[in-house]
Design a binder for this molecule. Sequence first.
Ligand code: DGL
Length: 255
Amino acid sequence: MNQKENYIAVFDSGVGGLSVLRHLRDQLPGERFAYFGDSANAPYGTRSREEVCRLTLAAAERLMSRGLKALVVACNTATSAAINELRRVYPDLIVVGIEPALKLACDRFPGGRIGVMATPMTLREEKFASLEHRYEHACRIFELPAPGLVELVEAGKADGPEALALLEQLLGPLRGKLDALVLGCTHYPFAARAISRVLGEEVALLDGGEGTARETRRRLAQAGLLENGEGTLILENSSPDPALLALSRQLLEIQ
Ligand code: DGL
C-alpha cells in the first residue's frame, strides 16, 4: 500500500461525526485521518432516504480520490440510508458505520427504561426497526425523534437557550422516567450538557462513538493495515462559511 492509500476517511452530514473522530484519534493515534462534514447539505435527518443515499455516495467519491484504506460513516442517518450501497460500490474498502447504542444500553440496564433520541430518518428506517426488535424484550424503549437539534449544534448553539427549550419540550415529559438515553445521532453528544440539565445527571447518556472506533481498529488490525505514524488530521467541510471549520476545531478540543 502506498502513502496515498493510507487515509482513514470520516464522514458526517456536518460537525456531528467529530464526536466519533475524538474516539478514533484516541484509539488510533498513529493514523492519518481525513474528516469531511457536509454542512452545506445538513441536516440529513429530515431528508428522504434517496437524497441521503445520493449525498453520502457523492461524499464517499470525493473522499476516495484521496486514497483510502477505510471509510467511517460517522453518521447514524447516512449509515441507515447508504451503508449497503457503499459496501456494494467499494467492495475492497473497509467501511464502518454507526448505529444507536441500544445494545450497550440494554447490557448496562437490563430491563431498564431506555430513550433513543435520533433523527426522524434513523428512527423510521428498517435498520433501526430490526435493532429495536432485537432488544424490545430486554428493555423498555422510547423513541424520541429530535428534529431541530442538529441545526443548533451546527450553529454552535448546542448549549444555548434555544437548545434547552427544544430539549425541555422533547425530554421534559420523560424526566424521572428513564434510566438511560441513547444519543443516536453523532451531533447529540455535543449537546450532552444541556440534555443532562433537562433530564438530570442520574440518567446515563450513551453513544456509539467509542464502539465504532473500536470496530474500526479491529477491522484495520484484522487486515494488517494499522499504522504507527505521526498521526495527522485534515478537516474539510462543504460549507463555504469559515465558521464551520472554526467550530469543528473547537468541538474537537472538547473531551
Ligand atoms: N449526525 C447525523 C447522525 O448521526 C445526522 C445529522 C443530520 O440530520 O444531518 O444521524
